[in-house]
Design a binder for this molecule. Structure first.
Ligand code: B12
Ligand code: SF4
Length: 467
């Protein structure tokens, strides 16, 4: 089969707009061989008519979709069904097909999945559909064996992305790039500068076996790449970017890296270029805090997850109380906006252990305590505990995962009574969200983000998950 045009679709959810970083990375490595069109449905309602119109108008041979576990799935299925009606080859990539490739590809509207990192695997798959390669790696395919359809999950790729050789994401292929930067002066550029994570916390996607095998080891790009990307995107848009969001899974990994990052910010030639980061308490100290605060870092996201030593050991993140308290206090003194993330309802968690988390929330300083109910993510060590306890109904079909990761669809897999867990969660959150909004307003004023201050509707991660 001859492939000319490829349509890459960001499925997204109707409530949040986010640039399709993964698809832009894929596009960059194949755009010199094929015509690539990117459609971003994030922040939009999906209706059959407009999807039909898009597919008919573009008329690609291949349609690739980026899919997370949760509400992305029903949206991706609507698109895939229409695509199949038009006789297109449908390929899913992203976190959901990565963790459950076999079940995903069983769906009648999906022809193949990319597992883990997509840059090399997608190229293999394209060659496979062109009849130039028999055994693509890093993917799942359907093959006819003696008239019968068989699913084959292929071995991982032998190569993983080297940021030094990877072209910048194809921001210039976005249809309406200004959509992501609506403010006149204060816009945020999300950057993807890492792959995978050094750690494998028990609840996290990164501890999934397929993620470990198919996404490759932890890599972090030279900070200079982020600055280059910032300049590239700035040259494409009409408004001003003054803030880099590098708070991915794990960004600030050491003093040496922090130093390099701060030097790159300084050498960028841009006055007042701000940024945020994500890290773990065990990775930071006062010296790092002094450094990043001096070089315009504004926000830091850190995981505490639980106040119980047993649960900290279970999930692989030890957060020592006194040290954490001191560091958090110091970050706030240095005017860094501190977000501490917690999970309520860990598998096997007891009411006593939940109270230990409440102690952390009360005593460890933060501008935002981001509290989430435990969301079971398939294939993780936590998920296995849930399955063993038989408290979780594991979906037998792809469609069944649509409620995962959303507030309101939660199952209680802990040993805490439903009443105590949910009432503690909602009560604590009501108070913490109020405090957060107040702190955010203060932060906006401190940094002269006046427009954001006035426009600050409650668009935080707590409400958007009521999807
Ligand atoms: C930015 C981000 C968000 C943004 C935007 C989401 C988005 N569109 O990706 C927002 C804030 C909205 C978000 C929300 C949530 N997120 Co989030 N998020 C991220 C984060 C930090 C970066 C994503 C990114 O851009 N990565 C960089 C690009 C390059 O990677 P990528 O998108 O995975 O793409 C690569 C491959 O997957 C593949 N690929 C991807 N798509 C396709 C398509 C095709 C056709 C092909 C061939 C290949 C391919 O190729 C790409 C290049 O190698 C990731 C962590 C991470 N490091 O990936 C978590 C992550 C994606 N999020 C996660 C989770 C759990 C959530 C939430 C549920 C959080 C929560 N508890 O509320 C919500 C879900 C909201 C919802 N209702 O669906 C999990 C996903 C788990 C899962 N199984 O789905 C991740 C992996 C974090 C983690 N470590 O657990 N998130
Ligand atoms: S450090 Fe963060 S991103 Fe890494 S495995 Fe743990 S929770 Fe996941």
């Amino acid at each position: 089969m001859k492939i000319n045009k490829i349509l890459l679709i960001e499925v997204g959810t109707k409530l949040s707009i986010f640039p399709p970083l993964g698809l832009m990375c894929i596009a960059s490595v194949i755009r010199d061989k094929y015509k690539i069109i990117i459609k971003d449905y994030s922040g939009k309602k999906i209706d059959e008519q407009s999807v039909k119109r898009d597919i008919e108008k573009i008329n690609p041979e291949i349609i690739g979709l980026h899919v997370l576990t949760g509400p992305h799935i029903p949206r991706a299925l609507i698109i895939s069904k229409i695509a199949k009606k038009f006789g297109k080859i449908v390929i899913w990539g992203g976190p959901h097909p990565t963790v459950l490739p076999e079940q995903t590809i069983k769906n009648e509207y999906i022809d193949a999945v990319v597992i883990g990192e997509g840059e090399y695997a997608f190229q293999d798959l394209l060659k496979y559909f062109e009849g130039k390669l028999k055994k693509p790696l890093g993917c799942g395919i359907k093959e006819k064996v003696r008239g019968e359809e068989k699913i084959k999950i292929m071995l991982p790729q032998k190569k993983f992305v080297d940021f030094k050789k990877l072209p910048l994401p194809s921001w210039d292929l976005l249809e309406n790039i200004n959509r992501y930067f609506p403010e006149k002066r204060h816009n945020v550029l999300p950057l993807s500068t890492t792959r995978s994570c050094i750690y494998k916390c028990g609840f996290c996607h990164n501890s999934n076996e397929n993620v470990k095998r198919y996404l490759g080891h932890y890599r972090i790009a030279e900070p200079q790449r982020g600055i280059k990307e910032y300049k590239f995107v700035q040259s494409l848009i009409k408004n001003k970017i003054d803030y880099l969001d590098v708070g991915e899974d794990l960004h600030l990994i050491s003093y040496d890296y922090a130093k390099k990052f701060c030097e790159a910010i300084e050498k960028s030639g841009e006055k007042n270029l701000m940024w945020n980061t994500s890290t773990r308490y065990e990775m930071i100290n006062k010296k790092i805090i002094d450094l990043i605060a001096a070089y315009n870092c504004k926000r830091v996201l850190l995981g505490i997850e639980s106040g119980s030593k047993r649960l900290q050991e279970l999930n692989g993140k030890i957060v020592e109380f006194n040290r954490t308290k001191k560091l958090a206090k110091y970050m706030r003194k240095k005017k860094l906006f501190v977000t501490n993330a917690y999970i309520f309802g860990h598998p096997t968690e007891t009411a006593e252990e939940l109270k230990m988390s409440l102690k952390y929330i009360k005593e460890v300083p933060a501008d935002e305590n981001l509290i989430q109910l435990y969301r079971p993510m398939p294939g993780t060590p936590y998920f296995k505990i849930c399955q063993e306890s038989k408290k979780l109904k594991v979906p037998k079909k792809l469609e069944g995962w649509k409620g995962f990761g959303i507030l309101g669809h939660d199952v209680n897999v802990s040993k805490i009574s439903d009443k105590f867990l949910f009432s503690t969660f909602y009560k604590t959150n009501a108070w913490q969200q109020t405090k957060y909004i107040f702190n955010l307003q203060r932060y906006y004023l401190q940094n002269n983000f006046y427009i954001k201050f006035f426009k600050n509707i409650i668009d935080n991660r707590f409400t958007f998950k009521l999807n």
